[in-house]
Ligand binder design. Sequence first.
Ligand SMILES: *Cc1c(COP(=O)(O)O)cnc(C)c1O
Length: 229
Amino acid sequence: MHDHLPLTSSSSAAAGLAVVEAEIGRACKEARRERTSVNLIAVSKTFEAAAIAPVIAAGQRMFGENRVQEAKGKWPALIAAQPAIALHLIGPLQSNKAREAVALFDAIHSVDRPSLCDALAKEIAAQGRSPQLFVQINTGEEPQKAGIAPADADDFLARCRDHWGLTIAGLMCIPPADEAPAPHFALTAKIAARNGLTQLSMGMSADFATAIQFGATHVRVGSAIFGHR
Ligand SMILES: *Cc1c(COP(=O)(O)O)cnc(C)c1O
């Protein structure tokens, strides 16, 4: 979004962060919500530590990655330098990576199947570490997309609690690319409300202001901060 400016990529990421912050502030005001009720997750996937450091220097503390291996490569050193960093896994998680994910991440947004719940419950018990967990809802019922079908969500959430003993903080959704996002945000918020869940991970660069209108507590914003991937 700042490609026309004669800036280095790092200073344009800090500028992108400022623009996104201003837009979040405006959306909160319009929705009559406190700014502190919305967490900005800066999605740094595909960007190297050198591009991320200026965003940390600008004060951003919550970051999102979609791959365990990539995050393991670049984040331990950044976290050592700034221990207040909170790292969120927003992409699909293979059960055989649950150990590494529980060790590294403070939140996992992609809980979406029984085998993963098995693996997470085991690792949480073994490591004594409890990342905040979000169940992903496939609101568009897209066959190629991860997530629990809306009709199965209530049962799955009850099983998370009763069978696996997992504390689920909230729900996450990724609306279909070719549809208006608002109905998908509304559906996700409705499923969360009837299950007593307070956290809603929804909204990306193109639609985070709309997500805030519909109650998002976590917006996942990548390209509007870091630029094109
Ligand atoms: C990449 C990604 C984002 C950020 O997308 P932008 O459009 O770049 O803001 C958000 N959520 C998930 C799950 C992603 O994979």
